[in-house]
Design a protein around this ligand. Structure first.
Ligand SMILES: N[C@@H](CCC(=O)N[C@@H](CS)C(=O)NCC(=O)O)C(=O)O
Length: 192
């Protein structure tokens, strides 16, 4: 299996951490999606033009969440329950908004301005992080399955890119610190 992605993407990293935890072998193809040659590879394989994607023989799977489902199905592992699916939706919504905001910043837009698009993203990010903080306090992220892995990758990416102040979410900070020492997260640290 080939996993196409970058070392910094939190969506790609989820799959790398998951494969490490489940001892699934794969080859990592590191793409810079803004480099002309690598972008041609991206476009050829994935019309959504987003990473990650997985190639297993002739089958190409787009989107980290579908790759997760594909791997669980292929290796006959238990799917997520509905509560975990909702946790994943929370994490994805916050992650997507932060990606959009980062792209706006890189497009030299003033993301601090009082406008509908930025206000909606900021509201979502703040609200979801506080719900996730509460869920961590309630011990609802207690194993290290895909929702916990996705949460860790989101938090570590926020810290790495300095996207928002996590110190106001003490349970999230503690969760982030605890999982930093795992071999599966250390091995694909985007800072290395
Ligand atoms: N829902 C997708 C989101 C993937 C995503 O947004 N990836 C970002 C990198 S972190 C990307 O490829 N962005 C390129 C773009 O937006 O043009 C997934 O879970 O795989």
């Amino acid at each position: 299996m080939l996993l196409f992605g970058s070392t910094s993407s939190p969506y790609v990293r989820r799959i790398r951490v998951l494969c490490h935890e489940l001892e699934i072998q794969y080859e990592f193809i590191n793409l810079n999606i803004f480099d002309e040659k690598d972008r041609a590879t991206l476009i050829e394989l994935n019309p959504t033009r987003k990473i990650p994607m997985l190639k297993d023989g002739e089958q190409v799977i787009f989107d980290s969440n579908i790759i997760h489902r594909y791997l669980k199905h292929t290796f006959e592992l238990a799917p997520l329950n509905w509560h975990q699916e909702n946790q994943l939706t929370l994490i994805n919504s916050c992650n997507d908004s932060l990606v959009e905001m980062l792209i706006c910043q890189r497009s030299d837009l003033d993301t601090k301005q009082d406008s509908l698009f930025f206000n909606l993203q900021n509201e979502r990010i703040t609200e979801v992080l506080s719900v996730l903080n509460q869920q961590v306090m309630n011990k609802e992220f207690n194993s290290f399955d895909y929702p916990e892995i996705s949460l860790y990758c989101l938090l570590d990416w926020i810290q790495f890119r300095e996207l928002t102040d996590l110190s106001v979410y003490p349970a999230l900070m503690q969760f982030w610190r605890i999982h930093q020492s795992r071999a599966s997260t250390q091995k694909n640290d985007p800072r290395l």
